[in-house]
Design a protein around this ligand. Sequence first.
Ligand code: SF4
Length: 230
Amino acid sequence: MEIGGLQKTTLIDYPGEIACIVFLVGCNFRCPFCYSRELVLNDPNLFKIKEEDFFLFLEKRKGQLDACVVCGGEPTIHKEIFDFCKRIKELGYKVKLDTNGSNPDVVEKLLKANLIDYIAMDVKSPFSKYKRAIGVSAPVSRIKKSIDIIKTLCPDYEFRTTIVPEIHEVKDIKQIVKQIAPAKRFFIQNFRNDKELLSPHFNQVVPFDEFEIQKVISEIKHNFEICYLR
Ligand code: SF4
């Protein structure tokens, strides 16, 4: 497995758990507003971590960390993802998977093998605008299937959307709600442009006024157990 980063501790990425985050290299989407440019493009300056060193780290942190967040890029594009998650679970950690939902069969296989405890899935936009949001042709039927599988099989989960001017209008949040509701958690993230993005053009784009987003959230949050601007 090609590992492009390790955050040794996080208190905010896995609800209620102390976790680390492992970043896997590569993604099948090209979202122009992507904040993980180096991972997606496998930038030659990316500092790679050997898989064995990562597992040594997990061995040493047993009892100090509860969980490991497996993040990308897009983790499900890797054929080794099953064995990778299994090995983390065998060390006693909970596993959270961050995914763009493009590989429902992989997600289903992981869930049916009890290798995932929590999933955060990005729902990038209304389905009608998906191609624009992800920069490649849109696998909408696979995204829909992932939403259904996660709601049915996953012990705990969230859906999340980054709302981006020039791709979305704030009212698009309501359309996205129709695609996922009812559901446990839905988090909306305001677009950020404070580091180099996948498309440099989006570094010039000004984020939405948070007040506008909050107004829409107040209208849609009854569809979820938890829903807020993150
Ligand atoms: S934001 Fe898009 S391009 Fe970036 S890692 Fe996520 S799915 Fe891939």
